[in-house]
Write a new protein. Structure first.
Length: 161
């Protein structure tokens, strides 16, 4: 059964979904940024804590717009596969904060963010087959995830126990 969604409903659904992932991450992260995260040794390229919220909010909105362009595109044999990859990367995104911050599992968080980066790269390639604009909109996200991966790696390296 194919579900019919109007374009506004598609956009509202995707914005809600993506921002919902951000809210989950924030709920887990905010208390840890006050108590656990400050105790960690961090690399010199670590940004101030206040930077993360605005950047992630913008990225989640861009992600939603990108997925909306693909979902709303004319029928394409690659659309379902592309949206499946989008869902995979979004799921990995949702899991990273509870693992890294909630469980204090820095090394496992590193593996999750590497998997996120790979699935995001595949998502970009899949989106490119359907909408070049949708693919290009994900570039800031993959740049940020690349930076976050380097940050996660360095935090793991500096805090081996």
């Amino acid at each position: 059964m194919v579900l019919f969604f109007s374009k506004p409903l598609k956009l509202i659904s995707l914005v809600s979904l993506c921002l919902g992932v951000g809210v989950i991450g924030g709920i887990v992260t905010i208390p840890q940024v006050k108590y656990w995260y400050p105790l960690l040794k961090k690399p010199v390229f670590t940004p101030p804590d206040w930077v993360f919220g605005p950047i992630w909010t913008i990225l989640y909105l861009i992600m939603a717009l990108s997925a909306f362009l693909v979902w709303s595109s004319t029928e394409n044999p690659n659309k379902q596969k592309a949206l499946c990859w989008f869902s995979i990367q979004l799921g990995l995104n949702a899991v990273w904060s509870p693992v890294f911050f909630g469980s204090h599992q820095i090394f496992l968080g590193l593996w999750i963010i590497i998997a996120l980066w790979i699935s995001l790269l595949v998502t970009i390639f899949q989106f490119f087959k359907i909408s070049k604009l949708a693919a290009y909109l994900l570039f800031p996200y993959i740049f940020w995830v690349s930076y976050a991966t380097a940050l996660n790696f360095e935090i793991w390296r500096l805090n081996p126990s």
